[in-house]
Design a protein around this ligand. Structure first.
Ligand SMILES: Cc1ncc(COP(=O)(O)O)c(C=O)c1O
Length: 463
């Protein structure tokens, strides 16, 4: 089968990213554009359009209008996902050889750019729930304790990265965290890949957007948390702690010279759609419907985990002795395609389309799964083995460029990793280049490999 034939395959329910649910929640104007003769819209960087870094043209105008609307100093569209703009933001904050503080659940794109530029990641651990296998959102006290562990006179920190909300939708109050960083004059980049819509939808009992919470740089994945096509993203910038010219240089460094006009139009339309009163009220209705789906399912005793993002349905399969990977295969076979299987849970993304038949279908399949699957009593996730603040034993950029050899993971105890070990989704690295595979880490990764097929009998590159 060719890729193009697969793309026409029908699923009963597409509960994955992109969040436009296979086109049904795409902005009307984009749908109209896509209905033009195929390829008609595929234009080069004509002067009338420009590019995300042009001073004039339609893109510059749109970006300017959006940043004015949210009182930001700048807004830049991106066509290489949130990944690409996060990487530009990281190199705008830190130079090669400098340190940058980040949570252990940071996205792999950060680690890749650190490896490329030899920017030193200093990780802080997060509170972890062994009931769900998920990291919990960081609190102000937690960050204060992290700061206490760092000698800021000895170790110059160039900036801080925060991830909020998480893949599952966990989010805390960002403002106090950002204020704490700003007291130390540290710029803050918030990876808000999963929370773009929070910015457009205040007063709906949703977390406050990072932009409203004063983050210096905020990255949105428009295909994950607005109605953009895959790869669309936006970066917002404000405050005085990030140098504008550095930021522009950094975006320019990593941006293609031929950004897709279709994707750029999708960036614009996905944001405009949420600024339009009529469509905004439709999305607000979706949010209420999503809350009602959660309530109805929990009333039916289906074990869900509540997060701050109503559009994520997080099923705690472990409560029934079923791991999330087995549940995922079952739901997939039955036409309900989820987004994120993990050891204890399976996460579904409701997206922005109407999901009126979801509750009955979900209940029916869950009951069928309960009847048909083997239950495991030993389903448990080990606490992550990290110190509150920890840096790799050897500089990431040096290891990345060193000669490595590939060995079975089972033989890697006490060696230094030359690899990024990172199952996707969720794209959170378990191990990065320069880190030592000590016994706790070794056991922790082995524990996860019981359930995650990416981690079964895998090879790792070590130095
Ligand atoms: C927290 C987080 N940040 C960033 C990204 C990257 O987003 P994109 O796929 O738009 O590059 C992801 C993707 O899974 C993510 O989970």
């Amino acid at each position: 089968m060719s890729i193009s034939s697969f793309l026409t395959k029908k699923f009963l329910k597409s509960l994955f990213f992109p969040a436009h649910n296979r086109g049904s929640a795409l902005p009307k104007k984009l749908v109209k554009l896509l209905k033009k003769p195929p390829g008609y819209w595929d234009l080069p960087e004509l002067p009338e359009i420009g590019s995300p870094l042009s001073q004039s043209g339609l893109i510059a105008k749109s970006q300017r209008e959006f940043s004015e609307k949210f009182k930001a100093k700048g807004c830049f569209f991106g066509v290489n996902g949130a990944s690409g703009l996060i990487q530009s933001a990281v190199i705008a904050i830190a130079k090669p050889g400098e340190n940058i503080l980040m949570p252990r659940n940071v996205h792999i794109s950060v680690i890749k750019i650190c490896a490329m530029q030899n920017i030193h990641p200093i990780f802080f651990d997060l509170e972890f729930s062994s009931e769900t296998g998920h990291y919990k959102p960081i609190t102000k006290n937690w960050l204060k304790n992290v700061f206490k562990k760092i000698n800021f006179n000895e170790k110059k920190i160039a900036g801080v990265i925060l991830v909020s909300p998480s893949y599952h939708g966990y989010a805390g109050d960002l403002k106090p965290l950002i204020d704490l960083c700003h007291q130390k004059k540290l710029p803050v980049l918030v990876d808000e890949a999963h929370g773009s819509y929070f910015l457009f939808c205040e007063n709906h009992n949703l977390p406050k957007s990072a932009l409203v919470s004063n983050a210096d740089l905020v990255v949105h994945s428009l295909h994950k948390s607005l109605n953009g096509l895959t790869q669309t993203a936006a970066l917002w910038y404000q405050g005085n702690l990030v140098n504008k010219q550095n930021l522009i240089k950094s975006i320019n460094l990593l941006q293609t010279t031929s950004p897709s006009s279709l994707l750029l139009s999708s960036c614009e339309e996905s944001i405009k759609d949420w600024l339009n009163k009529k469509s905004l009220s439709k999305y607000q209705k979706r949010i209420l419907e999503a809350r009602s789906i959660y309530k109805k399912l929990t009333q039916k005793n289906i074990p869900l985990i509540e997060t701050q993002d109503p559009l994520k349905i997080v099923l705690n399969t472990s409560k029934a002795g079923i791991d999330g990977f087995t549940a995922d295969k079952f739901f997939y076979k039955n036409g309900l395609i989820a987004e994120l299987p993990e050891m204890m849970t399976l996460t579904f993304c409701l997206g922005f389309a109407n999901q009126k038949d979801f509750v009955n279908l979900f209940e029916k399949l869950w009951n069928k799964l309960l009847l048909n699957s083997k239950k495991s009593k030993s389903l448990e996730v080990l606490q992550s083995p990290f110190k509150l603040v920890q840096a790799p034993e050897i500089e990431i950029g040096i290891v990345w460029r060193s000669e490595t050899r590939s060995i079975p993971f089972s033989q890697s105890l006490n060696k230094i990793s030359g690899d990024i070990i990172c199952p996707y989704p969720p794209g959170i690295p378990l191990l990065i280049p320069g880190e030592k595979i000590d016994i706790d880490r070794f056991n922790w990764i082995n524990n996860q490999s019981l359930w995650n097929k990416d981690l079964v009998n895998f090879n790792i590159r070590v130095i």
